[in-house]
Design a protein around this ligand. Structure first.
Ligand code: ZN
Length: 318
Protein backbone atom coordinates (compact mmCIF):
# COMPACT_ATOMS: atom_id res chain seq x y z
CA UNK A 1 0.00 0.00 0.00
CA UNK A 2 1.10 3.54 -0.66
CA UNK A 3 2.93 4.80 2.40
CA UNK A 4 0.87 7.98 2.68
CA UNK A 5 -2.48 6.18 2.49
CA UNK A 6 -1.30 3.71 5.11
CA UNK A 7 -0.33 6.57 7.42
CA UNK A 8 -3.70 8.23 6.90
CA UNK A 9 -5.47 4.96 7.69
CA UNK A 10 -3.52 4.51 10.91
CA UNK A 11 -4.21 8.09 11.98
CA UNK A 12 -7.93 7.68 11.20
CA UNK A 13 -8.10 4.41 13.16
CA UNK A 14 -6.52 5.98 16.24
CA UNK A 15 -8.85 8.98 16.02
CA UNK A 16 -11.93 6.74 15.79
CA UNK A 17 -10.95 4.49 18.72
CA UNK A 18 -12.94 5.51 21.82
CA UNK A 19 -10.72 6.79 24.62
CA UNK A 20 -11.87 3.99 26.94
CA UNK A 21 -10.66 1.35 24.47
CA UNK A 22 -7.26 2.92 23.95
CA UNK A 23 -4.71 1.61 26.46
CA UNK A 24 -4.15 4.08 29.28
CA UNK A 25 -0.48 4.63 30.08
CA UNK A 26 0.36 2.93 33.40
CA UNK A 27 2.09 5.78 35.20
CA UNK A 28 1.64 8.33 38.00
CA UNK A 29 3.16 11.01 35.74
CA UNK A 30 0.42 13.30 34.33
CA UNK A 31 2.61 14.23 31.32
CA UNK A 32 3.19 10.59 30.33
CA UNK A 33 -0.50 9.93 30.98
CA UNK A 34 -1.47 12.75 28.63
CA UNK A 35 -3.30 14.80 31.27
CA UNK A 36 -2.58 18.54 31.41
CA UNK A 37 -1.88 19.96 34.88
CA UNK A 38 -4.57 22.56 34.17
CA UNK A 39 -7.18 19.76 34.44
CA UNK A 40 -6.54 19.51 38.21
CA UNK A 41 -8.10 19.47 40.68
CA UNK A 42 -10.69 17.10 39.26
CA UNK A 43 -13.51 14.96 40.60
CA UNK A 44 -13.86 11.33 39.51
CA UNK A 45 -17.31 9.77 39.99
CA UNK A 46 -17.05 6.30 41.57
CA UNK A 47 -20.73 5.64 42.31
CA UNK A 48 -23.95 7.40 43.28
CA UNK A 49 -22.70 10.07 45.71
CA UNK A 50 -19.19 8.54 45.83
CA UNK A 51 -16.32 10.59 44.44
CA UNK A 52 -12.56 10.63 44.20
CA UNK A 53 -10.71 13.95 44.18
CA UNK A 54 -7.37 14.21 42.38
CA UNK A 55 -5.20 17.25 43.06
CA UNK A 56 -1.60 17.88 42.01
CA UNK A 57 1.10 18.28 44.60
CA UNK A 58 4.77 18.89 44.05
CA UNK A 59 6.75 17.41 42.40
CA UNK A 60 3.87 16.94 40.02
CA UNK A 61 1.83 13.88 40.90
CA UNK A 62 -1.62 13.51 42.42
CA UNK A 63 -2.79 13.35 46.00
CA UNK A 64 -6.19 11.64 46.11
CA UNK A 65 -9.01 12.27 48.58
CA UNK A 66 -12.39 10.53 48.76
CA UNK A 67 -15.76 12.04 49.55
CA UNK A 68 -19.11 10.35 50.02
CA UNK A 69 -22.40 12.23 50.04
CA UNK A 70 -25.34 10.93 52.09
CA UNK A 71 -28.62 12.54 53.13
CA UNK A 72 -27.11 13.56 56.48
CA UNK A 73 -23.92 15.12 55.17
CA UNK A 74 -20.57 14.45 53.56
CA UNK A 75 -17.73 12.18 54.67
CA UNK A 76 -14.22 13.10 53.54
CA UNK A 77 -11.30 10.68 53.70
CA UNK A 78 -7.90 12.40 53.60
CA UNK A 79 -7.44 16.09 52.94
CA UNK A 80 -4.77 17.87 50.96
CA UNK A 81 -1.34 19.18 51.86
CA UNK A 82 -1.99 22.82 52.82
CA UNK A 83 -4.84 25.00 54.11
CA UNK A 84 -5.22 26.52 50.62
CA UNK A 85 -5.40 23.12 48.91
CA UNK A 86 -7.94 21.78 51.41
CA UNK A 87 -10.00 24.99 51.08
CA UNK A 88 -10.08 24.42 47.29
CA UNK A 89 -11.18 20.82 47.86
CA UNK A 90 -14.05 21.95 50.12
CA UNK A 91 -15.11 24.49 47.47
CA UNK A 92 -15.11 21.74 44.82
CA UNK A 93 -17.21 19.51 47.09
CA UNK A 94 -19.72 22.37 47.38
CA UNK A 95 -20.15 22.28 43.57
CA UNK A 96 -21.47 18.72 44.04
CA UNK A 97 -23.61 19.14 47.19
CA UNK A 98 -24.72 21.92 49.56
CA UNK A 99 -24.64 19.45 52.49
CA UNK A 100 -22.06 20.05 55.24
CA UNK A 101 -18.90 17.98 55.69
CA UNK A 102 -19.58 16.10 58.93
CA UNK A 103 -17.04 13.27 59.03
CA UNK A 104 -13.33 13.10 58.29
CA UNK A 105 -11.31 9.88 58.12
CA UNK A 106 -7.55 10.10 58.72
CA UNK A 107 -6.46 7.56 56.08
CA UNK A 108 -2.86 8.80 56.36
CA UNK A 109 -1.53 11.01 59.15
CA UNK A 110 1.19 12.45 56.87
CA UNK A 111 1.24 16.19 56.26
CA UNK A 112 0.56 15.95 52.54
CA UNK A 113 -2.92 14.69 53.54
CA UNK A 114 -3.52 16.46 56.88
CA UNK A 115 -1.75 19.85 56.80
CA UNK A 116 -4.91 21.58 55.58
CA UNK A 117 -7.22 20.13 58.22
CA UNK A 118 -7.52 23.45 60.07
CA UNK A 119 -9.89 24.43 57.21
CA UNK A 120 -12.37 21.66 58.05
CA UNK A 121 -15.58 22.56 59.95
CA UNK A 122 -14.92 22.88 63.68
CA UNK A 123 -17.77 20.51 64.65
CA UNK A 124 -16.60 17.73 62.31
CA UNK A 125 -16.26 14.17 63.64
CA UNK A 126 -12.83 12.62 63.13
CA UNK A 127 -12.27 8.91 62.68
CA UNK A 128 -8.62 8.15 63.37
CA UNK A 129 -6.57 5.13 64.40
CA UNK A 130 -4.91 5.50 67.85
CA UNK A 131 -1.43 5.25 66.28
CA UNK A 132 -2.19 8.09 63.85
CA UNK A 133 -3.71 10.24 66.60
CA UNK A 134 -0.53 9.73 68.65
CA UNK A 135 1.57 10.71 65.60
CA UNK A 136 -0.48 13.89 65.08
CA UNK A 137 0.03 14.74 68.78
CA UNK A 138 3.80 14.40 68.32
CA UNK A 139 3.65 16.51 65.12
CA UNK A 140 1.64 19.18 66.91
CA UNK A 141 4.17 19.33 69.77
CA UNK A 142 7.05 19.51 67.28
CA UNK A 143 5.33 22.35 65.37
CA UNK A 144 4.86 24.31 68.62
CA UNK A 145 8.52 23.75 69.60
CA UNK A 146 9.86 24.87 66.20
CA UNK A 147 7.61 27.94 66.32
CA UNK A 148 9.06 28.75 69.75
CA UNK A 149 12.60 28.54 68.33
CA UNK A 150 11.92 30.48 65.11
CA UNK A 151 9.39 33.02 66.39
CA UNK A 152 7.17 32.12 63.40
CA UNK A 153 3.47 31.35 64.00
CA UNK A 154 3.06 27.59 64.51
CA UNK A 155 2.01 25.32 61.70
CA UNK A 156 -1.45 24.15 62.77
CA UNK A 157 -1.64 20.37 63.26
CA UNK A 158 -5.19 19.31 64.04
CA UNK A 159 -5.27 16.51 66.62
CA UNK A 160 -8.60 14.64 66.66
CA UNK A 161 -10.12 14.53 70.18
CA UNK A 162 -10.66 10.75 70.27
CA UNK A 163 -9.38 7.69 68.40
CA UNK A 164 -11.40 4.71 67.20
CA UNK A 165 -11.48 1.77 69.59
CA UNK A 166 -11.63 -1.23 67.24
CA UNK A 167 -10.51 -2.13 63.72
CA UNK A 168 -13.83 -1.31 62.08
CA UNK A 169 -16.50 1.35 62.28
CA UNK A 170 -19.73 1.69 60.28
CA UNK A 171 -21.00 5.18 59.54
CA UNK A 172 -24.52 5.78 58.29
CA UNK A 173 -24.44 8.91 56.12
CA UNK A 174 -28.18 8.67 55.38
CA UNK A 175 -29.06 6.31 52.52
CA UNK A 176 -25.49 5.10 52.27
CA UNK A 177 -23.25 3.36 54.78
CA UNK A 178 -19.47 3.34 54.72
CA UNK A 179 -17.11 1.16 56.71
CA UNK A 180 -13.85 2.52 58.04
CA UNK A 181 -11.32 -0.30 58.24
CA UNK A 182 -7.91 -0.90 59.77
CA UNK A 183 -6.49 -3.85 57.81
CA UNK A 184 -3.09 -3.80 59.47
CA UNK A 185 0.01 -1.61 59.48
CA UNK A 186 1.51 -0.62 56.15
CA UNK A 187 2.50 2.84 54.96
CA UNK A 188 2.07 4.02 58.57
CA UNK A 189 1.12 2.43 61.89
CA UNK A 190 -2.46 3.67 61.57
CA UNK A 191 -3.54 3.43 57.91
CA UNK A 192 -7.32 3.56 57.62
CA UNK A 193 -9.33 2.61 54.53
CA UNK A 194 -12.89 3.50 53.56
CA UNK A 195 -15.08 0.77 52.11
CA UNK A 196 -18.33 1.59 50.34
CA UNK A 197 -19.97 -1.85 50.19
CA UNK A 198 -22.89 -0.75 47.99
CA UNK A 199 -20.52 0.38 45.22
CA UNK A 200 -17.75 -2.12 46.05
CA UNK A 201 -15.25 0.73 46.26
CA UNK A 202 -12.25 0.69 48.63
CA UNK A 203 -10.31 3.90 49.22
CA UNK A 204 -6.94 2.71 50.48
CA UNK A 205 -5.24 6.04 51.14
CA UNK A 206 -1.44 5.69 51.10
CA UNK A 207 -1.55 1.93 51.59
CA UNK A 208 -1.92 1.95 47.79
CA UNK A 209 0.45 4.17 45.79
CA UNK A 210 -0.37 3.74 42.12
CA UNK A 211 2.92 3.62 40.16
CA UNK A 212 4.71 5.56 42.91
CA UNK A 213 7.85 3.93 44.38
CA UNK A 214 6.88 2.46 47.79
CA UNK A 215 7.26 5.31 50.29
CA UNK A 216 8.59 3.75 53.50
CA UNK A 217 9.67 6.60 55.79
CA UNK A 218 7.26 5.43 58.51
CA UNK A 219 6.27 2.07 56.98
CA UNK A 220 6.18 -1.54 58.16
CA UNK A 221 7.53 -3.07 54.95
CA UNK A 222 6.68 -6.76 55.42
CA UNK A 223 3.36 -6.13 57.19
CA UNK A 224 2.39 -3.78 54.35
CA UNK A 225 2.29 -6.70 51.90
CA UNK A 226 -0.10 -8.61 54.20
CA UNK A 227 -2.30 -5.51 54.54
CA UNK A 228 -2.59 -5.23 50.74
CA UNK A 229 -3.42 -8.93 50.58
CA UNK A 230 -6.35 -8.37 52.98
CA UNK A 231 -7.62 -5.61 50.67
CA UNK A 232 -7.25 -7.83 47.60
CA UNK A 233 -9.28 -10.57 49.34
CA UNK A 234 -12.28 -8.23 49.81
CA UNK A 235 -15.35 -8.08 47.58
CA UNK A 236 -14.22 -4.88 45.90
CA UNK A 237 -14.33 -3.90 42.24
CA UNK A 238 -12.50 -0.59 42.44
CA UNK A 239 -9.41 0.19 44.54
CA UNK A 240 -8.64 3.89 44.97
CA UNK A 241 -5.05 4.95 45.76
CA UNK A 242 -3.79 7.82 47.94
CA UNK A 243 -1.33 8.95 45.24
CA UNK A 244 -1.30 8.31 41.50
CA UNK A 245 -4.30 8.06 39.24
CA UNK A 246 -7.73 6.64 40.02
CA UNK A 247 -8.14 3.78 37.54
CA UNK A 248 -11.14 2.09 35.97
CA UNK A 249 -12.22 -0.94 38.06
CA UNK A 250 -10.39 -3.82 36.34
CA UNK A 251 -7.18 -1.82 35.93
CA UNK A 252 -7.40 -0.66 39.57
CA UNK A 253 -7.05 -4.27 40.73
CA UNK A 254 -4.24 -5.01 38.25
CA UNK A 255 -2.38 -1.94 39.46
CA UNK A 256 -2.88 -2.84 43.13
CA UNK A 257 -1.42 -6.27 42.33
CA UNK A 258 1.48 -4.49 40.58
CA UNK A 259 1.97 -2.30 43.65
CA UNK A 260 2.00 -5.38 45.90
CA UNK A 261 4.65 -6.88 43.61
CA UNK A 262 6.65 -3.65 43.84
CA UNK A 263 6.57 -3.87 47.65
CA UNK A 264 7.72 -7.50 47.55
CA UNK A 265 10.50 -6.81 45.06
CA UNK A 266 11.79 -3.77 46.96
CA UNK A 267 11.84 -5.70 50.26
CA UNK A 268 13.53 -8.72 48.58
CA UNK A 269 16.15 -6.54 46.90
CA UNK A 270 17.02 -4.76 50.15
CA UNK A 271 17.23 -8.12 51.98
CA UNK A 272 19.65 -9.35 49.31
CA UNK A 273 21.82 -6.25 49.68
CA UNK A 274 21.71 -6.49 53.48
CA UNK A 275 22.78 -10.15 53.31
CA UNK A 276 25.84 -9.02 51.31
CA UNK A 277 26.82 -6.90 54.31
CA UNK A 278 26.50 -3.58 52.47
CA UNK A 279 25.99 -0.28 54.27
CA UNK A 280 22.75 1.52 53.36
CA UNK A 281 24.77 3.92 51.19
CA UNK A 282 26.53 1.12 49.29
CA UNK A 283 23.23 -0.75 49.01
CA UNK A 284 21.80 2.31 47.28
CA UNK A 285 24.59 2.20 44.71
CA UNK A 286 24.30 -1.56 44.14
CA UNK A 287 20.50 -1.81 44.10
CA UNK A 288 18.63 -3.13 41.08
CA UNK A 289 14.99 -2.14 41.39
CA UNK A 290 13.93 -3.61 38.06
CA UNK A 291 10.81 -2.04 36.57
CA UNK A 292 10.04 -0.15 39.81
CA UNK A 293 13.06 2.09 39.04
CA UNK A 294 10.81 3.79 36.46
CA UNK A 295 8.08 4.57 39.00
CA UNK A 296 7.46 8.08 40.28
CA UNK A 297 9.79 9.33 43.07
CA UNK A 298 12.12 6.30 42.72
CA UNK A 299 15.37 8.22 43.23
CA UNK A 300 13.96 10.11 46.22
CA UNK A 301 12.26 7.14 47.92
CA UNK A 302 14.78 4.31 47.28
CA UNK A 303 17.33 5.39 49.96
CA UNK A 304 14.49 5.82 52.48
CA UNK A 305 13.19 2.32 51.69
CA UNK A 306 16.66 0.83 52.14
CA UNK A 307 17.03 2.38 55.60
CA UNK A 308 13.57 1.30 56.68
CA UNK A 309 13.96 -2.32 55.53
CA UNK A 310 17.38 -2.41 57.23
CA UNK A 311 15.63 -1.21 60.40
CA UNK A 312 13.07 -4.00 60.03
CA UNK A 313 15.70 -6.71 59.42
CA UNK A 314 17.80 -5.51 62.36
CA UNK A 315 14.81 -5.36 64.71
CA UNK A 316 14.60 -1.59 65.16
CA UNK A 317 10.91 -1.41 64.21
CA UNK A 318 8.42 -2.33 66.92
ZN1 ZN B 1 1.26 11.12 50.90
Amino acid sequence: MHQRILTLLIVATIALTPAAVRAQARTADPAKRGVALSEFPRIVRLGDGVYGYEEIRQPGFTTVSLFVVGRNGVLVADGQGSPAATRTMLEKIRTVTPLPVRWYVVGSDHGDHTAGNSELPKDIRYIVHPASRAQLQRDSAAAAASSGRSGQPPRVVVVPPVAMTGDRESIDLGGITVEVLFLGRGHTAGDLMVHVPRDRVLFMSEAYLNRVFPAMRSAFPTEWVATVDRALAMDVTRYVPGHGFIEEPAVSREELVAFRQALVSVVDEVKRLHARGLSPEDAGKAANWGAVAEWFLASQQAPIAIRRVYDEIEGRIR
